[in-house]
Write a protein of this length. Structure first.
Length: 877
């Protein structure tokens, strides 16, 4: 304040200085009296201004002090609250610490009592420390000399093999654990054979300590030929190997599993489907064994003799199914429920927000039933009228009408025509035509599906009604088990019992067990109660839960039945030898019995399942624990992982450290150069890689100018009815005939006709195509095959038939995937598999691809190409 007064005095002084003490200039004209008055007024104005400023200053100081006081008070209050909260937390922490201390003490006492009890009764303690995970390979890395490497490369060059830099990394990897991520056409099989030759020729590792594994006999045969040729072409040549030695080195996984079962198993005979192949000669020599899950029964019959001493699995399953239905009341109830659920034609998600208001229910019910009777009067009078009973069931606050009552099935049925007949029709009371009958019925249908009740059904067809009535009538006596098929939510199946692909419900039970085996678990070890305690299964509708319960009961009984008949399946064999508790295997002499596993090289690793991963880990762990040496090398392409339906996942080859215990980490080697396809084909296939979030840049080793004559065409389907479409077989026949002549296709270099399913090749209704196809096939100028079979093969031109799509929703298998710790959902795995199938199909081509669509599925991959390539009636480029 004093500094402010001082400045005011300075201003007054300056003002007086500016007013002259004598009147000069214009002041000379001012009277003395006026001059004094002016001077006085000026000083008064200054005083007034000073007083006003002082008042304002005082007010501001007062306000400032008040605000500071308020802020201090607020912060004091907050500080007090913080102190209180801190003290409260401190007290709680102290209490929690005491509780933990007391709990620990209690646990220690309980543990001592339990261990004392276990010791006195000579039983294992639950507190026994789990052994640490034991590595499956040796700790010591290799250290190949530059001389060893250069000499071996020189010998390879001499026989016409010149590895690129990436392939050299694979060939001379010094890490005991190596994962090779090899793109399509990258020459991985040749380099893998060279790696075996290097171990044998340069490092003097005996071939009986080296094993190469793959999945199919075809790939095994091809690899054996390649391996024998390379080893015999390299020096020293005084001890060449023959095909028999090659067969001892190269095995399929199923051959290895069967070999172990023969030596260390329980002596049970293998059973597979309705055709069990003969797997050994009379002298005991084992034959090549395919992964039969990848083959149709017809394909197995073409490759193997039948073991006539083994019964058909379907007959054994049928017996178990019927016996259980008569003897197990719980199983009978689940089957009766599933039988009703099998008439559902659509599925919804449990969390679907499906609402239905019943204000028009009576009118909707009468309209639909009367319309149906009008079209089916004879059936109604002869078969249905005696079962007619109108009423309603109450669901929550909603009344749902029904027309038929089948008391033995405890089933009420609502009948209508297919709702598509009502797209442009309205109820009479709906004067404003707000919603068509189709829309109202659609809301109603989704509501019914979402409640998932086995006592209420909506039926359209005479056949379904007749089946239900017949079943109801048989329930008057002692009913036999119903013969029907069943599709889980999100799956489609053949419902015609006369079709050769029809599978009764018990075969679907068995398929579910096989699926869970492939994921590394055994369904028969669990009850429905323990499984449903898992949160993963909380989103399942009642029908899927019922199916799962029936599958558990059935498979437990089936496995007991097969064991009583001295029979076992491959799924069980793999699972048995995946356990470290397998007595005979864990107690064997690894140096003698498992030496073949010392250096294990796995081809097509992207197809591996958790069941086989566990199998590999257990064998290698037993051997490495005893011998302290051994290596493992995986070779595969994550973008060709096409077996998610049996547990395969691209995640395994992308993250091997998560699934195989080793010292340190895997060395990752990537092969990006494609020696098969032109850049044009690689770029077309890259569309799928982008969707797989693959950022790898694959490139062709072939010259760019060759791409000028490369062709890619996509030909849309043609309509055959209102909703039906099919392949343009006329165009296909013309193009195939033209291509056979253009590229001079032959038996040695055929054109591949690739499809996801064989059915697209048969009963086409096009005589021109059928005649050409059969003639070319007879002359072996073309080779028809599925996409799965085509993997690893190549042709100058391929014809791809049909869209490639994926099922977008399977809640039961999603839950099972989560339960078995799979790295993704089943739905996502199916999506990825479809993308991989597209990639595999396109990269079989060296130069040309012709893609003919039979339809455009909502989840089909063809739409990505239809957006890109221009149209000339058919879309082509």
């Amino acid at each position: 304040m004093s500094s402010i007064n001082e400045s005011q005095k300075t201003y007054k002084k300056k003002l007086l200085e500016r007013l002259p003490s004598i009147k000069i200039g214009w002041f000379g004209r001012v009277k003395k009296k006026d001059y004094d008055l002016l001077k006085e007024l000026s000083l008064d104005l200054l005083d007034t201004a000073e007083q006003g400023n002082n008042r304002k200053l005082s007010q501001k100081e007062s306000t400032h002090q008040s605000e500071i006081s308020n802020i201090h008070a607020l912060y004091r209050k907050k500080l007090e609250s913080y102190k209180y909260a801190f003290n409260d937390l401190l007290a709680k922490h102290e209490k929690a610490s005491n509780d933990i201390k007391n709990l620990k003490q209690t646990n220690i006492q309980e543990r001592e009592n339990i261990e004392k009890h276990c010791s006195s009764y000579n039983i294992p303690s639950p507190y026994k420390e789990e052994p640490s995970i034991e590595p499956i390979v040796q700790k010591k890395r290799y250290n190949f000399s530059s001389t060893q490497k250069s000499n071996f490369l020189s010998e390879l060059h001499r026989i016409g093999i010149t590895p690129n830099e990436e392939q050299i990394q694979m060939l001379f990897s010094e890490n005991p654990a190596t994962c090779v991520q090899a793109g399509a056409g990258s020459g991985k099989s040749t380099v893998l054979a060279c790696r075996v030759a290097f171990l044998y020729k340069a490092l003097d590792i005996p071939l009986n300590k080296i094993t190469v594994t793959t999945f199919t006999r075809a790939s095994r045969k091809e690899f054996i030929e390649k391996l024998v040729h390379i080893i015999n072409a390299l020096p020293p040549k005084y001890n060449p190997i023959d095909e028999q030695v090659g067969r001892s080195v190269v095995k399929t996984f199923h051959s290895l599993a069967y070999m172990l079962h023969k030596k260390f198993g329980d002596g049970r005979k293998l059973i597979h489907g309705n055709f069990t192949p003969k797997l050994e000669l009379d002298n005991g020599e084992l034959l090549d064994i395919d992964d039969f899950t990848m083959m149709s029964e017809d394909e197995i019959k073409q490759s193997y003799e039948c073991d006539d001493f083994i019964p058909k699995l379907s007959e054994e399953m049928n017996k178990v199914y019927n016996d259980l239905y008569l003897e197990d009341d719980k199983f009978k109830k689940t089957i009766d429920k599933l039988y009703v659920y099998s008439f559902w034609r659509k599925s919804v998600k449990k969390d679907s927000d499906n609402k239905y208001y019943d204000i028009f229910e009576n009118e909707l019910s009468d309209t639909s039933f009367n319309d149906w009777i009008e079209e089916n009067r004879n059936f109604y009078m002869n078969n249905l009228i005696c079962h007619e009973e109108k009423g309603y069931i109450k669901v929550g606050g909603t009344n749902l009408k029904y027309h038929i009552n089948l008391p033995n099935l405890n089933l009420k049925i609502f009948i209508s025509k297919d709702i598509n007949n009502y797209r442009d029709q309205y109820l009479k009371s709906d004067k404003m035509k707000r919603y068509s009958i189709y829309n109202r019925m659609n809301y109603r249908r989704y509501f019914i599906l979402s409640i998932a009740r086995p006592d209420y059904l909506w039926v359209h067809s005479q056949q379904d009604l007749q089946d239900l009535i017949d079943r109801n009538n048989t329930m008057n006596g002692i009913p036999s088990a119903p013969y029907f098929t069943y599709a889980n939510i999100g799956e489609s199946i053949n419902k015609n019992p006369g079709d050769k692909n029809f599978k009764p419900v018990y075969e679907h039970f068995y398929s579910l067990s096989s699926f869970i085996y492939s994921l590394g678990k055994k369904i028969t070890k669990y009850s429905i109660e323990t499984i449903c305690e898992q949160n993963y299964f909380s989103e399942l509708l009642e029908n899927d839960i019922t199916f799962l319960e029936a599958a558990i009961i059935f498979n437990k009984k089936l496995e007991e039945h097969l064991e009583s008949k001295n029979l076992i399946t491959f799924e069980q064999i793999f699972h048995n030898f995946s356990s470290s508790k397998h007595c005979d295997l864990s107690q064997c002499n690894p140096e003698i019995n498992l030496k073949w596993s010392e250096h294990l090289l796995i081809d097509e690793f992207q197809d591996i399942s958790p069941n086989i991963i566990n199998f590999i880990n257990n064998i290698k762990k037993i051997y490495t624990k005893k011998m302290a040496k051994g290596t493992i090398m995986f070779v595969g392409d994550e973008n060709q992982s096409i077996y998610s339906w049996r547990g395969g996942a691209r995640h395994f080859i992308m993250n091997p450290d998560l699934y195989f215990p080793i010292y340190g980490k895997f060395s990752i080697v990537r092969l990006y150069i494609n020696y098969r396809s032109l850049n044009n084909i690689i770029e077309i296939a890259r569309i799928y890689l982008k969707k797989l979030n693959c950022d790898k840049i694959f490139k062709s080793a072939r010259k760019d100018e060759e791409s000028k004559n490369s062709k890619f065409m996509i030909i849309e389907e043609i309509k055959t009815g209102t909703y039906e479409t099919k392949i343009n077989y006329e165009h296909l026949a013309e193009k195939l005939h033209e291509e056979v002549n253009r590229i001079n296709a032959s038996k040695e270099k055929p054109i591949y006709i690739i499809s996801r399913y064989h059915k697209l090749l048969n009963n086409t209704g096009c005589q021109k195509w059928d005649i050409l196809y059969n003639n070319l096939k007879k002359n072996e100028v073309i080779q028809p095959m599925t996409i799965h079979v085509s993997k690893g093969l190549q042709s100058k031109s391929i014809f791809l038939l049909g869209d490639i799509y994926y099922d977008s929703w399977n809640p039961l298998k999603n839950a099972i995937y989560l339960w078995t710790d799979m790295p993704t959902t089943y739905d996502n795995a199916q999506h990825n598999e479809a993308l991989c199938l597209g990639y595999v199909a396109l990269t079989r081509a060296e130069d040309n691809v012709y893609w003919y669509l039979n339809s455009q599925h909502k989840n089909g991959l063809s739409k990505d190409y239809l957006k890109i390539f221009s149209s000339i009636g058919n879309r082509s480029k």
